[in-house]
Ligand binder design. Structure first.
Ligand code: ZN
Length: 163
């Protein structure tokens, strides 16, 4: 399966080609339709690409995605709006890792001035969902080297939102 963290074109621009080549489903949050159907929202229009996806499994918050042949390996989808209205992270407690897309980076966080973005919502998502994971959880983002929940909890800009 192809798991999308959100519907920006730099995260799903080749998804349809991979889907066709491998005959596998594309999965993303149920709010993703706003992005897959709208090249202005997924930002491909600005690059003259007009990318759309039309064969997507839209899943609700909390969905568990397991390998059919080895269900011991699974990821759980967690909804974290803010960078976009459809952003999620995929989490494996067993492997201590979260694929966080563009919500949080090493020493920074996602941009919120694109369609559907909202900084207050992003701060809530980061501090109430991502930074509540175990300290040692490795965060794999879309654009920086890995970091951990423990390292990012120390950033001063999250302090007003942590409790
Ligand atoms: Zn993005």
């Amino acid at each position: 399966k192809i798991l999308l963290t959100h519907g920006h074109f730099d995260h799903m621009g080749a998804a349809a080609q991979i889907q066709d080549a491998l005959s596998i489903p594309i999965c993303m949050h149920e709010r993703g339709r706003e992005y897959t159907e709208n090249p202005r929202w997924n930002l491909s229009e600005g690059c003259g690409l007009y990318i759309k996806l039309d064969d997507v499994s839209y899943l609700p918050d909390g969905s568990r995605i397991a390998l059919e042949r080895n269900p011991v390996f699974s990821l759980t989808m967690h909804y974290v709006p803010g960078h976009t209205t459809d952003s999620v992270f995929y989490y494996s407690a067993k492997d201590n890792v979260a694929f966080v897309g563009d919500s949080i980076f090493k020493n920074s966080f996602g941009l919120t001035h694109f369609p559907g973005g909202d900084e207050q919502t992003l701060m809530q998502s980061i501090t109430q969902r991502i930074l509540k994971l175990p300290q040692e959880t490795v965060l794999l983002s879309g654009h920086t080297e890995p970091t951990t929940v423990g390292a990012e909890r120390e950033r001063s800009w999250y302090a007003p939102f942590l409790n």
